[in-house]
Each structure stands twice: as structure tokens, then as C-alpha cells.
Design a protein around this ligand. Structure first.
Ligand code: VG1
Ligand code: CO
Length: 543
């Protein structure tokens, strides 16, 4: 094997966002683009000589080519072993598990998650640390610093490695171990959940529809739901991962997974419906005739997790991202456990999980997970739901109604304004911040502002400080409007407006969320001037 040192120059904008570096695929495919970033990761983490890494991705366009480049660069940089999912595939939670199980020095995940795939769509790359979680800001900052001064990268001259065959090969003195992407992950799930009870549920005729959205979870869902748990063949739909995710957005929400939602609202709906995203870390939960918001799902899982064997000892604590509704806070308060509020992005949960301060974590964007890995985990959430359904014998709708009666209901919705011109989005955002001192005490319709601030987070474990994590306006009575600019998009700026209100009167707990939230929506508009700033009459996506 010959190692080449290729001269290069820094490329602007290689700054990781909420979850890794995401760019248009054709940008990633430009000369040196991927190579510069991979070398910056290697250098940013102190080199990879003598190290072991996990490698895999969600199968999107360029996944296979990028994996080959990374292998050649890892070999040239002196890595000892790379553990790769067969076909260079691994779901994000499965990658996290492999990193932990094998005790590696971290891993590289090829994914832009819920963003569409294809030459004109999106690609991404993320480094996860030895705890299996996304690199925290301190490390992503170090990587970004290297991208600004990089002068060369190392790459081996070699033929493509055959990644379709399970087994070990070598590239120079580096070993490459190709593993089945599903086996270890499925085995982990079996240790956490009561598979015999869930299997008995299916034997009794319980029906499931799981939409893998042509993305990475197809093989996992087939093996676990249909293979191990006995769900009827065909319960998992869109199960073959394709490089462009069947031409859709692999985003499990009522917009992009509309066919599933429609099926679940039909009279002959299955008992339980779920979907996951491109890289398998998110989930959408539905019952017959009911869509469960991710924030409610987190709260319900926290309330009932002890019914699953892996959580029988109870939860040490819970954590949610700041824009996520306060539904889980109510459960934590009732159980007398801690509840942490973190900035958006899974990387902020890692320290809490490592320190044993939280067992369950979640985000309003359909990410839920626990301390079994250090990523959010879509199939895990579905299995915990199934375990709870099996243990209680109740329907999803009844579970939610009981939950709201016990804890109150947090109505919740997110309004996304996509691809807004950046200067307009910034004008809205900065203008809103400028109003903060005058807002408290002002009323908008029936709502009175009690506080307005920009969220900042001090990590309770390592003391690191993260500033500028979203603007939040709180109203008397528990309502909130939160504003954030997305850190995962690749074109323009996406403005996210998160809306929440609290209902404790049972007679009013079954309204349409948009109707129940109308006063908060109107107040958010009156305060921030969304329509005038964005020239949009309505959000592009409502979840
Ligand atoms: C979005 C979500 C955030 C999630 C992130 C990565 O980020 O809001 O909750 O952690 O995507 O998820 P943003 O910055 O666009 O709001 V995934 O499944 O894309 O890895
Ligand atoms: Co994802």
C-alpha cells in the first residue's frame, strides 16, 4: 500500500451544525471536500494512529463512495482497525451501540438524517466519541479549527474494499472488519424489552404498520418486528433502503409520512403505527385514530418505562431539549426524579447519560432514547411502546387519554418556515431579541408574557457553557413560544417556531392542537412579525 500526501487548501464553511456537517451531496463530492473534512476530524481528535473506529451510514447517495475514501484515509493515517457495517450501512443508534460494545475510539457516521438523499439533495458526516455519542461542541470546534488551516491530507492508493462480505480484510497494515449491521443491535433490544410478551400480543392478532421510509431501518425492522416478534409479514413497509429514499424526505412526521397517517386514521387502521427517519434515530408514533406528538410520547414512555425489563428499576432522571414540551416535566415531578432542559441536539444529552443523571431523553423533533446507547433511537422507542401496550393491554388512544387526565395535556406544535433568506430570518430573530426587555407584562389577546429570554445552557457535568440556543417567550398559565434557527439545513435558513399551551381541564383535552394553540400562534405572530419578515402567509411544515 502506498500512502500519498495530497496538498490542499482550507474550504470555507466546514462547520458542523446541530448534528455533524451537512451539505449538498454535490458539494461533498467536490475535489478535496470530503477528504479535507475527514482529515480535519482525524487531526481534531488527536490523530487516528493505532486507533479503532466504527464506520457506517444510512445508505444515501455517495454513502458507498465516501466509505471507501474514509477507509483509505484511515489506513494512511495509521488506524489499526475499522469496523464497518456490511455494505457500509449502519443506523445511527446501531453505530452508537457498536462503538460502545467494541470499546472503540469513536466512529464516523455517513448521514444527513431526515434530509433527502441524491446528487442534488443532501449528504452529511458526523464523528461520534468513544461513549458512542455525537461529539460535543468542544470537539466539533476543534475539528472546525483544523478545517481552517488544513494544508494536506493522507490517503492510501488502493482498490475498493469489498464491503458486501462479512469478515475481516486488510488495507496495508489496517484491518477492516465487516459486520452484520443488525445482529448486535437486535441482541441489545432483546435485553431491554419483554420480547415474549410483545410476541404474545402479535399472536393474539395485534396489528402493526411500520414505515421505514425507504431508509436504513428497513432491515432492522424486518428482522426485529417480523422476524423475532412475529408481526405479520408485510407489517414493515418501504423496507428496502435506496440511495434517494424513494424520492421522498425520510422525515417521520405527518407531512412526509402522510400515507401512514392516513392509514392510521382509517376505520380499518392497524392497532399501532410508527415510522423512522433516514438514519434510524427518530420515530413517529401513532395509534388507531391518534397521532402522538413526540413530546407526549416522551412523557408517556417516562411514565411507563418501568414496565420494560431494562427499566424495571425506574428512571434516574429524564432530560428534554428546551423546545420540547413540558409534558415530561410533569411526569418527572410526580415521580420525584430530576428533569434536565438542554439545548437542541443529542450531543447535549451525552454527559447526563454518562454521569447517570438521566435514563431517558427526548426531543420534540421525534427523537427519543435512553442510556442504552448515546444516540436517539427510533426502533427502541417503538419497542418500548410495544412493551407498554403489551404490559397494559390498553390501546394507544386510551393510554394517552389516561395520561392527560393524570398529568394534564401540553398542547404542542412546531411551525417551520423553510428556506427563508438568511438576512430576513436574522432580522426577525435579532428584532425579536431586541424586544425582550419590554415584553414582560405585555398582553397579546388572552396571553400575558411573564418572561422572554435567550436560552443558554451550563452543562451540570463538565460546566461547559453553550450560549444562544433559542429565544423563548413564556406566558402566564404555562404557554410558550420558542424561536430557533435550524442547524441541519443546507439551503437558506429554516425558522422553527415551537408553540405550547397547558390544559388541565379534562373537558378541553381532546381539541385539535392548532385550535387549542390559536392564542399562542396569534401571540407569536404579533410579537415576532413572522409574516412580514418572511413574506410567508403560513408555515411550510406544521408538525
Ligand atoms: C433538528 C432537530 C433536532 C435534532 C436534529 C438532528 O435540528 O430540531 O431536535 O436533534 O435535527 O436530528 P435543527 O437544528 O434543524 O432544528 V437528525 O435525526 O437530523 O440526526
Ligand atoms: Co436522524
Amino acid at each position: 500500500m502506498q500512502t500519498l500526501t495530497i496538498a490542499t487548501k482550507p474550504i470555507d464553511g466546514q462547520k458542523p451544525g446541530t448534528s455533524g456537517l451537512r451539505k449538498k451531496t454535490h458539494v461533498f463530492m467536490r475535489p478535496h471536500y470530503l477528504e479535507n473534512y475527514v482529515q480535519s476530524i482525524f487531526d481534531g481528535i488527536g490523530g487516528v494512529a493505532g486507533k479503532t473506529l466504527v464506520l457506517g451510514g444510512d445508505g444515501r447517495y455517495f454513502n458507498d463512495r465516501a466509505a471507501q475514501v474514509i477507509l483509505r484515509m484511515a489506513a494512511a493515517n495509521g488506524a489499526t482497525l475499522i469496523i464497518v457495517g456490511q455494505g457500509a450501512l449502519l443506523s445511527t443508534p446501531a453505530a452508537s451501540h457498536l462503538i460502545r460494545k467494541r470499546g472503540t475510539d469513536g466512529g464516523l457516521i455517513l448521514s444527513a438524517s431526515h434530509n433527502p438523499g441524491g446528487l442534488d439533495a443532501d449528504f452529511g458526516l458526523k464523528y461520534n466519541t468513544p461513549n458512542g455519542g455525537p461529539a460535543p461542541e468542544g470537539i466539533t470546534d476543534q475539528i472546525y479549527e483544523v478545517t481552517k488551516t488544513i494544508a494536506s491530507y493522507q490517503i492510501a492508493e488502493a482498490h475498493d474494499i469489498n464491503l458486501s462480505r462479512i469478515g475481516t480484510t486488510t488495507l496495508g497494515s489496517m484491518q477492516i472488519e465487516v459486520v452484520d449491521p443488525v445482529t448486535d443491535y437486535a441482541a441489545l433490544m432483546e435485553t431491554l424489552f419483554d420480547f415474549p410478551s410483545i410476541k404474545a400480543l402479535f399472536t393474539k392478532g395485534f396489528t402493526l404498520r411500520f414505515d421505514a421510509m425507504h431508509a436504513i431501518t428497513g432491515p432492522y425492522a424486518k428482522a426485529i418486528f417480523e422476524g423475532k416478534l412475529g408481526a405479520k409479514p408485510g407489517s414493515v413497509i418501504n423496507a428496502n433502503p435506496t440511495p434517494d429514499f424513494g424520492g421522498g424526505h425520510p422525515d417521520p412526521n405527518p407531512i412526509w409520512a402522510k400515507p401512514l397517517v392516513d392509514a392510521m386514521m382509517a376505520p380499518d387502521a392497524p392497532d399501532f403505527g410508527a415510522a423512522s427517519d433516514g438514519d434510524g434515530d427518530r420515530n413517529m408514533i401513532l395509534g388507531r385514530g391518534i397521532y402522538v406528538t413526540p413530546s407526549d410520547s416522551l412523557a408517556l414512555l417516562a411514565a411507563h418505562a418501568h414496565l420494560a425489563p431494562g427499566y424495571a428499576a425506574g428512571l434516574k432522571g429524564v432530560a428534554r431539549s428546551m423546545p420540547t414540551s413540558g409534558a415530561v416535566d410533569r411526569v418527572a415531578a410526580a415521580k420525584g426524579i430530576a428533569c434536565y432542559e438542554t439545548p437542541t441536539g443529542w450531543k447535549f444529552f451525552g454527559n447526563l447519560l454518562d454521569a447517570g443523571k438521566a435514563t431517558l431523553c427526548g426531543e420534540e423533533s421525534a427523537g427519543t432514547g435512553s442510556d442504552h446507547v448515546r444516540e436517539k433511537d427510533g426502533l427502541w422507542a417503538v419497542l418500548l411502546w410495544l412493551n407498554i401496550l403489551a404490559a397494559t393491554g390498553k390501546s394507544v388512544a386510551d393510554l394517552m387519554t389516561d395520561h392527560w387526565r393524570t398529568y394534564g395535556r401540553n398542547y404542542y406544535s412546531r411551525h417551520d418556515y423553510e428556506d427563508v433568506e438568511s438576512d430576513k430570518a436574522n432580522a426577525l430573530y435579532n428584532g425579536l431579541r431586541d424586544k425582550f426587555t419590554s415584553l414582560p407584562g405585555q398582553s397579546f389577546g388572552p396571553l400575558t408574557v411573564i418572561s422572554a429570554d435567550e436560552f443558554a445552557y451550563d452543562d451540570p457535568v463538565d460546566g461547559s457553557h453553550s450560549a444562544k440556543q433559542g429565544l423563548r417567550i413564556s406566558f402566564a398559565g404555562g404557554g410558550r413560544a420558542v424561536f430557533r434557527l435550524s442547524g441541519t439545513g443546507t439551503v437558506g435558513t429554516t425558522l422553527r417556531v415551537y408553540l405550547e399551551s397547558v390544559e388541565t381541564e379534562p373537558a378541553r383535552m381532546h381539541q385539535d392542537a392548532q385550535v387549542a394553540l390559536a392564542p399562542v400562534i396569534a401571540a407569536a405572530e404579533a410579537i415576532a412579525g413572522i409574516t412580514s419578515h418572511t413574506d410567508r402567509a403560513a408555515p411550510d411544515v406544521i408538525t
